[in-house]
Each structure stands twice: as C-alpha cells, then as structure tokens.
Design a protein around this ligand. Structure first.
Ligand code: NAP
Length: 266
C-alpha cells in the first residue's frame, strides 16, 4: 500500500458482484487508504453488496441508489452529509439485451433513450448531485469503452451512449473545473463481467483483443482499479477532461496490422 488516497472519502456506484469493475476499483481504493461508500441499484442486490462492502473494508457503507430515481440520489446526498466527498466513481451502464445483438439500425426509440439515460445522462445527474459535497477539490471518474469512437460488432446503442458519456466528461470537466473538481474517464479493454456478458459474441471479442493488443493479453479488473486510484490521487492533480485507455494498447493498432494479419504485397 502506498496510501495514495489516505484520508479521502470515495463514493463508488456500480458494484453488482465481485467481478464488477467497480469492486476492483473499491479494492484498489481500500488498499490506498480511502474511506468507502458503495451503492447498489435495488433491494435485490442489497445483501450481496452489503457483504462486498464488508469485505472491502470494515468501515465501508452500502447504500441503495438507482441513478434514474432523483429521490434516491437525494437520499444518497443526505446520507453523505456533511462531507467532504473526495472521489466519485460512476461505473454504470445498461442497454436492452436485444439492442446488443440485432442490427444497430433496428434500435428502438425506447431502447435508445433507456441506454442513454442510464449509461450517459446519469453521470451528469450524479456529478451535479455530489458537487456541493466535493468542497476540497474532488475527482470524478467514469468507465467507457472503445465502442465510443469505433464501430464494435454488437456494441451498438451502447457505443452511442459511451460517445455521449465521453463528451459528458469533457463538458463536466469544464463546468466543475473552476470549483477544483476534476472529471476523467477510463476506456477499459474488454473484461468478463455481468454487463459484458450481455454483449453477443463477447468471448470472441476477448480472444481477438488478446491476439491483436500490443501486450498480447487481456486487461484485468485490478489494472483498471490501479489507474482509477491514480486518477483519484493527487498525482493526477493536473488531469481533467481526459479519457485514459487501459487496454494493453489495443486502440493504437490498426485492424489487420498485428503479426497474424495479412502482409502487404511486394
Ligand atoms: P457490472 O458489474 O454489470 O456493472 C454494471 C453496473 O451498473 C451494475 O452494478 C448495475 O447494477 C449498474 N446499474 C445498471 N443500471 C443502474 C441504475 N439504473 N442505477 C444504478 N446502477 C445501475 O459490469 P462492469 O463491466 O463492471 O460495468 C461497469 C462499467 O464499466 C460500465 O459502464 C461498463 O460499460 C464499463 N466497461 C466495462 C467493460 C467490460 O468489458 N466489462 C469495458 C469497458 C467499460 P445491477 O447489476 O445491480 O443492475
């Protein structure tokens, strides 16, 4: 432990189980000395997430918050009084399963609005609600994916939501910057989680990624947690509005240019 987050209080939204990226981020934050508050979406997840909070740290609290419900966000703010809150992790996304397998052009209006509300607008709602508690110059991070900027098979409406989310990062960074709050995103390589399992062909995606990434392997949730801890720490005090790629370099390589790809004709 290097105590990067000693004495800081962090709110982490999006722990569903111990495979969640939010849980790995919680582990990194606990290791670095942070006080933790984690949230769960509804009654169904309460017990699991309370147990996970206890595993993360004896002082960690678990509170219910569905980010689409303004009254639950208000209760969360109430529960965090009087602050200060130093860090917020937004690790939340949702789209209807059928929208992650059929052709993108068949996305329904309702499915589009739902994915954008839960996966992109919620960052604005959460950051706005928490801003008054972040009196000491806080840090907000969210989780994105390459599908925001490239077409990834079956990622579909979630790619559009992630594009909006990444734009949100820049606009929130500009809005909250004068108060000293930083807002950044991590674009992680594919990792097997509950949300990822909803994407058709995800196992193939994992295999192709490991073959083509310069580091020739998949990313681990712990590696995402470590970068999140860095972003939340004072080491990253001049960084805001950024999307950091934690993807073994995959996004830097052009399709078909890996060793297994076709060689140019002489
Ligand atoms: P995960 O464990 O399934 O986490 C997704 C979380 O979003 C769950 O805790 C889920 O809660 C929560 N959520 C959905 N709707 C919500 C709502 N209305 N209110 C509150 N919480 C809600 O999967 P994950 O892979 O760790 O995903 C975390 C983030 O990382 C997502 O933004 C995802 O897009 C991003 N990401 C993942 C990967 C990957 O390959 N895994 C790569 C890049 C980025 P319930 O399950 O309780 O509904």
């Amino acid at each position: 432990m290097s105590n990067l987050m000693h004495g800081k209080t962090a709110l982490i939204l999006g722990v569903a189980n111990k495979w969640s990226l939010a849980y790995a981020i919680g582990q990194a934050f606990a290791r670095e000395g942070a006080n933790l508050v984690i949230t769960y979406q509804g009654e169904r997840q309460k017990l699991t997430v309370e147990e996970l909070a206890a595993e993360l740290s004896p002082t960690a609290r678990a509170i219910q918050c569905d980010v689409t419900k303004p009254d639950e966000l208000a209760s969360l703010v109430e529960a965090l009084q009087p602050g200060p809150l130093d860090a917020v992790v937004h690790s939340i996304a949702f789209a209807n399963r059928e929208d992650l397998s059929r052709p993108f052009s068949e996305t329904s209006r309702d499915g589009f609005v739902l994915a954008l509300e839960v996966s992109a607008y919620s960052l604005v709602a959460v950051a706005k609600a928490m801003a008054p508690l972040m009196t000491g110059g806080g840090s907000v991070i969210t989780l994105s994916y390459l599908g925001a900027v490239r077409v990834i098979p079956n990622y579909n409406v979630m790619g559009v939501a992630k594009a909006a989310l990444e734009a949100n990062v820049r606009y929130m960074a500009a809005t909250l910057g004068p108060e000293g709050t930083r807002v950044n995103g991590i674009s992680a390589g594919p990792i097997k989680t509950l949300a990822a399992a909803g994407i058709a062909g995800f196992s193939t995606m994992l295999k192709n990624f490991a073959n083509a990434a310069p580091l020739r392997r998949n990313v681990t949730a712990d590696e995402v947690g470590n970068v999140a801890a860095f972003l939340m720490s004072d080491w990253a005090s001049a960084m805001t509005g950024e999307i950091l790629y934690v993807d073994n370099g995959y996004s830097q390589v052009a399709a078909g240019m890996d060793d297994g790809g076709e060689k140019p004709k002489e």
